[in-house]
Design a protein around this ligand. Structure first.
Ligand SMILES: NC(=O)c1ccc[n+]([C@@H]2O[C@H](COP(=O)([O-])OP(=O)(O)OC[C@H]3O[C@@H](n4cnc5c(N)ncnc54)[C@H](OP(=O)(O)O)[C@@H]3O)[C@@H](O)[C@H]2O)c1
Length: 416
């Protein structure tokens, strides 16, 4: 019979309380939370005072505790807690995507050095079991692409602004009232949160360890009603989607931008706070997973699933990283994009390589065409401060032709 684990929990907010509830209302798997560390000494708690501590070392130095569960909302302190726990030989479960994405390399190394397990299913896609699916089911198959909707707050706002014609501030306020968006929604609406998730997924899908700073994130803050009208007239919905895609020459491109999505795409009907992930395998084709990407119980359930996996000795093997199947990351990719701009100076800055559609009127100008992602990255701040809007028109990204030529040249040299 699996060992009954003793848990030390950090954080008793939305997810921490969700885990407590789910654990106490699950049949079958049993574990005990023996201590909970929190921060605010004045807050009323729904659990016995004896369980609460304000001193992290009451958990970290307790030899009785087998598993540390880290569910706080401060990424730097979370890293301190998690790395200290791993160094002490404790297994850890966390949901903290920001902390993971920023420190993936160090956390990977700590797991190897101290032979401990760090699990984080809840960090990407909430209750959608994407990481273990990539890690276990797709451990051998080469993947072509992973894309999806990884942020419930922005998907809720987009659903309300597009389907119900609510204004952006009203939709954002509703998302905050329903508890999907935080009071400072920057991480969500500017696309940082889905970028952190994309960075985590890139490791399990393609063996890549990349820094979040290397990846473009454009959010939905500059979306204008003209963009919504354009998309609707063409039969598209607008979704904020990370795309992690294999390109020619074993390179991988990663980006987070709004995207026009057709009704033939599974993501078209992923609405409100729901998340969806499409995994495309070289041989298996397309698989689609949909579920609740956030919330107290769904996220608590994902954390509990990791704790249960730990009780059976489970550890990520990071096969794609270890086997040196690992691909290289590049931003030298061409995307097909819609670009709403104000002046010719904007267009000159972004430098489209090919334009297939162009419209100019006094107050609404756009082009659709092919553009190098690096030009967009260089001008990200310019795009945001001038309220310009960029959306992928399809999710096909391709390696820049110059890059392909240099890879071919390298291959020729290697074989002569
Ligand atoms: N909410 C979701 O649906 C969701 C989904 C997926 C992943 N996540 C991730 O899960 C984590 C927790 O999110 P949440 O929504 O549960 O946050 P939350 O509701 O804001 O709760 C945060 C908790 O962390 C505690 N805390 C903060 N700093 C601490 C410190 N230095 N030491 C000990 N405790 C500390 C707070 O203590 P006090 O109670 O004393 O204030 C509070 O209990 C975050 O990394 C988040 O990104 C959340």
């Amino acid at each position: 019979m699996a060992k009954k684990l003793k848990i030390g929990l950090f954080g008793f907010g939305c997810v921490g309380q969700g885990l407590h509830y789910v654990l106490n209302n699950s049949t079958g798997f049993k574990a005990d939370i023996i201590k909970i560390a929190v921060k605010d000494k004045t807050k009323e708690r729904s659990v016995s005072k004896d369980l609460i501590t304000f001193d992290k070392y009451e958990i970290l130095n307790n030899p009785e505790i087998d598993v540390i569960v880290e569910l706080i909302d401060d990424a730097e302190e979370a890293f301190n807690i998690v790395s200290e726990a791993l160094k002490k030989g404790k297994h850890v479960v966390t949901a903290n995507k920001k902390m993971l994405a920023i420190h993936l390399e160090e956390l990977y190394a700590l797991q190897q050095k101290y032979n401990v397990s760090l699990l984080y299913e809840a960090s990407a896609g909430g209750s959608i079991p994407i990481i273990r699916t990539l890690e276990e089911y797709f451990d051998n198959e080469e993947l072509e692409k992973v894309s999806g909707i990884f942020n419930g707050t922005t998907n809720y706002i987009l659903t309300k602004t597009i389907n119900e014609k609510l204004s952006y501030p009203v939709a954002l306020k509703q998302a905050q009232e329903k508890g999907f968006a935080e009071s400072d929604p920057t991480n969500d609406v500017e696309g940082f949160d889905p970028k952190f998730k994309a960075v985590i997924i890139a490791l399990h899908a393609f063996g890549l360890i990349i820094k979040p700073d290397e990846v473009l994130n454009l959010g939905i803050t500059t979306l204008h009603e003209n963009d919504i009208k354009y998309a609707s007239e063409k039969g598209y919905k607008i979704k904020l989607t990370p795309v992690i895609q294999r390109l020619d020459g074993d390179k991988v491109g990663v980006l987070v931008t709004p995207r026009f999505v057709k009704d033939t795409n599974q993501l078209f009907n992923v609405e409100n706070e729901f998340n969806g992930v499409i995994v495309e395998g070289k041989f298996s084709g397309e698989q689609f997973l949909q579920g609740r990407g956030a919330g107290s119980y769904p996220t608590g359930a994902a954390v509990l699933s990791d704790i249960s996996a730990l009780s059976h000795g489970y550890k990520y093997e990071y096969k794609k990283h270890v086997q040196k199947h690992a691909s290289d990351f590049t931003n030298d990719v061409i995307i097909t994009a819609y670009f709403r701009y104000n002046s010719n100076a904007d267009l000159e800055k972004i430098k489209f390589e090919e334009i297939s559609e162009k419209y100019n009127s006094g107050d609404y100008n756009y082009v659709v065409g092919k553009v190098n992602l690096e030009n967009i990255i260089k001008n990200r701040d310019y795009i945001l401060t001038n309220s310009l809007f960029i959306s992928l028109v399809n999710d096909k990204i391709s390696l820049n032709i110059k890059n392909i030529q240099s890879i071919k040249k390298e291959n020729q040299l290697a074989t002569t």
